[in-house]
Write a protein that binds this ligand. Structure first.
Ligand code: ADP
Length: 395
């Protein structure tokens, strides 16, 4: 089965076309600056400016490329019969991926207050895709779905219960497709059944989150009602005293909108060191920049606290897994996050940790009681597989 995976942002569409039967990626790319003067399609290794006024125009041009005689990969748009959409927020309505129908569209729309930046763009992408691919079965795969297995004691905040009942204030968690994908891969790697495994999966990209997985299911995760909670990230603050926004509102005369932007866009590594790119922060720290050193110390300190916390709430940890840009590539962050944890049975093999590879690999020493794995994430592949499964189940 061929599956086209779409991830629609407010002015961008990322896409990847899979041939799942042959285990192949047929095409890969993204459209950016949709609706601006220099909209650009990056298709496989090439870029081309082609102005389009909206997502429909962008999708139509992507199809033109996919079917072109020059660098196309399919004969006709009719081959695109399965489309998987990444949707950020599925609230409590979606515990699994679903075939898209009018009810699902309505529910995604109702979730907009929970994800005002993402769900409108995801919804727009789906609506345009329904127009451009009327022959296809289309599936929504939610970032939040994997975490719907959390027990109430994990997902509730200690605020008056009315706020949960009336305003859906609770922890939802994000990066679900990534945590689920690396958990599934870890089970394969360890040759174990996923539902017998307890794992700690650590997704460190620009956004960062960590999940405690019990018997293969999400048991707790660091992101919350929104992706702002939890670990320190590239530009997001992660956990702070919840009284800080009110304090800043009064003392610094900032509006809540301004505070929200500050905490989402100008905080984290960027807020402390001026730079949100981990590679550059490490370089700056190595050349002696004190703010960069502090930023890394804070990033690692917080990461260690979460790892330790999740070890405590799981009765046993079979593996700790690193993934995403930083987790897959930075031996420095991995080493610092797990060093001095031998009292918890966790020991990194420093040589294995330094090896550069794009493969799934283990980096623990023989004495470690917990396996430590590096597993490249592939959210698009997970979305493609879930799309196929959802369509097959519906028959
Ligand atoms: P996104 O969350 O946007 O998908 P990625 O998963 O691509 O982000 O991760 C981006 C982050 O990965 C950046 O902070 C970048 O510095 C970091 N990164 C990529 N390669 C390395 C590396 N070799 N060492 C340290 N950090 C790296």
């Amino acid at each position: 089965m061929k599956v086209l995976v779409l991830n629609s942002g407010s002015s961008s569409i990322k896409f990847r076309l899979f041939d799942l039967d042959r285990d192949q990626v047929l095409a890969n790319g993204h459209y950016e600056k949709i609706g601006e003067n220099d909209s650009t399609l990056h298709y496989n290794d090439r870029s081309q400016v082609n102005n389009v006024s909206n997502h429909q125009g962008a999708l139509e041009f992507i199809v033109e490329k996919l079917t072109s005689s020059e660098d196309g990969v399919i004969q006709s748009p009719d081959e695109l019969t399965a489309i998987g959409h990444r949707v950020v927020h599925g609230g409590e309505s979606f515990k699994h991926s679903v075939l898209i129908d009018s009810e699902v569209l309505k529910a995604i729309e109702e979730m907009i207050p929970l994800a005002p930046l993402h769900n409108p763009a995801n919804l727009q992408g789906i609506q345009m895709s329904l127009k451009v691919f009327p022959q296809a079965q289309q599936v929504a795969v939610f970032d939040t779905a994997f975490h719907q297995s959390m027990p109430e004691s994990s997902y509730r905040y200690a605020v008056p219960s009315d706020l949960y009942a009336e305003y859906s204030v609770r922890k939802y968690g994000f990066h679900g497709s990534s945590h689920k994908y690396v958990a599934q891969r870890a089970a394969k790697y360890l040759n174990r059944k996923l539902d017998e495994l307890n794992l700690i999966t650590i997704h460190l990209g620009n956004g960062c989150s960590i999940t405690a997985i019990k018997n293969g299911r999400s048991y707790d995760t660091s992101m919350g009602l929104t992706p702002l909670e939890g670990l320190m990230m590239g530009t997001r603050c992660g956990d702070i005293d919840p009284a800080i926004p009110q304090y800043l509102h009064q003392r610094a005369d900032l509006s809540y909108g301004e505070i929200d932007r500050l905490l989402n866009k100008s905080s984290g590594l960027k807020g402390i060191s001026g730079n949100n790119d981990v590679r550059q922060v490490i370089e700056a720290a190595e050349s002696g920049a004190a703010p960069a050193k502090l930023a890394l110390e804070m990033y690692i300190h917080r990461l260690k606290k979460y790892i330790g916390g999740y070890m405590a709430i799981l009765d046993r940890v079979d593996a700790i897994i690193f993934t995403a840009g930083v987790g897959e590539n930075s031996s420095f962050i991995r080493e610092k996050a797990l060093n001095e944890m031998s009292h918890l049975g966790v020991q990194v093999d420093l040589e294995k940790n330094e090896e550069k590879s794009r493969e799934e690999r283990s980096i623990h020493s023989p004495d470690s009681q917990t396996d430590i794995l590096v597993i490249p994430t592939n959210e698009e592949l997970l979305i493609a597989r879930e799309t196929k499964e959802t369509i097959q189940k519906s028959h």
